[in-house]
Design a protein around this ligand. Structure first.
Ligand code: ACO
Length: 438
């Protein structure tokens, strides 16, 4: 575990000097509590006329944040200083959501108030249902979720003064509370089942499972292992500092946009297979591999750049040794399948694939390890959650992180509109030619 005092080589330099076009500029070096030193290049364009080029932001910090810390080399993930392993074992998703938003773990009274508030904001405005019924019956639930969350901006715009901290906090609570209701609504609409209202006597995760699976014809027996597994997955997915979707929420937030629109944009960014869509892609891939005997040919295909095929659920932009969330989830996967009595041939394929990839030079050299999504899809499948809902599940959990980052950004004295530069590679100036002469 990293200590919170910088190592001696980190304290060794206070500034970096960059020489460009004959002039030298001294750039200050900024440090957080933990992590790499950051060279502050804000004055570079003014002093040298140069921009910096960093596609994918692999070397660029876009903000200061006190929410989540990741050490990709050491496989460390902490929310507000608490290691993910401790939160996974001892906390609950709702408590983690409070922690991310407020910065501290709640007292018993604070938690009870928060739980009560979230519980009493879970209902959807009835007009939402009409809105939902406008989607095609076979719409992807992520498409519906983007639309539904965007529409929240139209439902609550009159009660949202961004300068009022209480109204900002209420928007965050509403998002955490309503996303499961909307997600379950999208699912039930897609299969033609009647909507289920949220039940206040159930806890956050059981309430969601009830809204997903209860049918009018018979009572639903909620299984404790299902709630435990889902709560754990929600904790692990709750935040991951400046990932693509959180950065999107912040970019949209930087313009002063409505928070519901910001989170809708985050959902859109999460959807892609390189990000949250990977858990859906993992199951599709495991289904295509089909049996353990086909694992080696899948590995060979993933190594062949011409094939355009990658092992879904392997590799991570930040974790280059192991993903600590994958370690926790791997254990839970076996527990869930055991307790629910599910014997899933896909797990056999998954384990064989993991074993073969971890032994293979291509994956070792590139530090490609199973990420959190490699196992989460198998758990979701065992819980009866359909594949196209997997990324929606991720979105429910990540909403806690998105709102925490949006809240933090609103009071950040350094926050400015996000506006990257570019290297222009198009034509230099040329004259317009009339259509008759082209
Ligand atoms: N299978 C095969 N090869 C891979 C894989 C993979 N899953 N991931 C990376 N590589 C290879 C690349 O081809 C590249 O090889 P090269 O050096 O010979 O050119 C090298 O490893 C580095 O890959 P990059 O794409 O540069 O790594 P980057 O950090 O940009 O990408 C990413 C990370 C997007 C996660 C990538 O590993 C990937 O596509 N993985 C599969 C999708 C996935 O599981 N996404 C979920 C991420 S976790 C999350 O969002 C919760």
């Amino acid at each position: 575990m990293p200590s919170d005092t910088p190592s001696s080589d980190q304290t060794a330099f206070q500034q970096a000097t960059l020489t460009a076009g004959g002039s030298s500029v001294a750039l200050p070096v900024d440090r957080g509590t933990l992590g790499n030193p950051c060279i502050d290049i804000a004055k570079l364009p003014k002093e040298t006329g140069c921009f910096t080029y960093d596609p994918g932001f692999t070397a660029t910090a876009a903000c200061k944040s006190a929410i989540t810390y990741i050490d990709g080399d050491a496989g460390v993930l902490m929310y507000r200083g608490y290691p993910i392993e401790q939160l996974a074992k001892q906390s609950s998703f709702l408590e983690v959501a409070y922690l991310l938003m407020h910065g501290e773990l709640p007292s018993a009274a604070e938690f009870s108030n928060f739980d009560n508030e979230v519980t009493h904001h879970t209902m959807m405005h009835e007009a939402f249902r009409t809105f939902l019924f406008g989607f095609r019956h076979d719409a992807h639930p992520m498409a519906m979720l983007v639309g539904m969350l965007g529409s929240m901006a139209s439902f609550y715009h009159n009660t949202l003064d961004l300068d009022d901290p209480e109204q900002r906090r209420l928007a965050a609570v509403r998002l955490i509370a309503k996303v499961p209701t909307i997600a379950a609504g999208c699912y039930r609409y897609s299969i033609g089942w009647p909507m289920r209202y949220p039940k206040n006597n159930l806890e956050y995760v059981d309430r969601f499972l009830h809204m997903m699976f209860e049918v009018p014809s018979e009572p639903l027996a909620l299984k404790p292992v299902a709630a435990r597994a889902l709560d754990l997955l929600f904790i692990l997915h709750a935040d991951h500092e400046q990932n693509a979707s959180t950065s999107t929420v912040r970019l949209v937030g930087s313009t002063g946009s409505n928070p519901y629109a910001c989170v809708a944009a985050g959902v859109a960014a999460l959807w892609g297979p390189a990000h949250g869509g990977a858990n859906e892609a993992v199951l599709k891939m495991l289904g295509e591999i089909g049996k353990p005997g086909n694992v080696q040919s899948a590995i060979d295909k993933a190594k062949d750049k011409e094939s355009g095929f990658r092992l879904m659920g392997f590799g991570h932009r930040v974790y280059k040794n192991f993903d600590p969330r994958a370690k926790i989830i791997r254990e839970m996967t076996h527990q869930v399948l055991g307790e629910l009595g599910v014997s899933d041939p896909m797990l056999e394929v998954a384990l064989k694939l993991e074993e073969a990839a971890l032994k293979d030079d291509y994956f070792i050299q590139r530090k490609l390890y199973p990420n959190v999504d490699f196992y989460s899809g198998i758990i979701y499948k065992a819980l009866g959650i359909p594949t196209e809902m997997f990324t929606v599940m991720f979105a429910i959990a990540r909403t806690a992180g998105w709102v925490a980052h949006w809240l933090e950004q609103q009071t950040d004295p350094d926050a400015r509109i996000g506006r990257p530069r570019q290297i222009y590679t198009g034509y230099a100036e040329r004259d317009y030619v009339g259509i008759d002469k082209r």
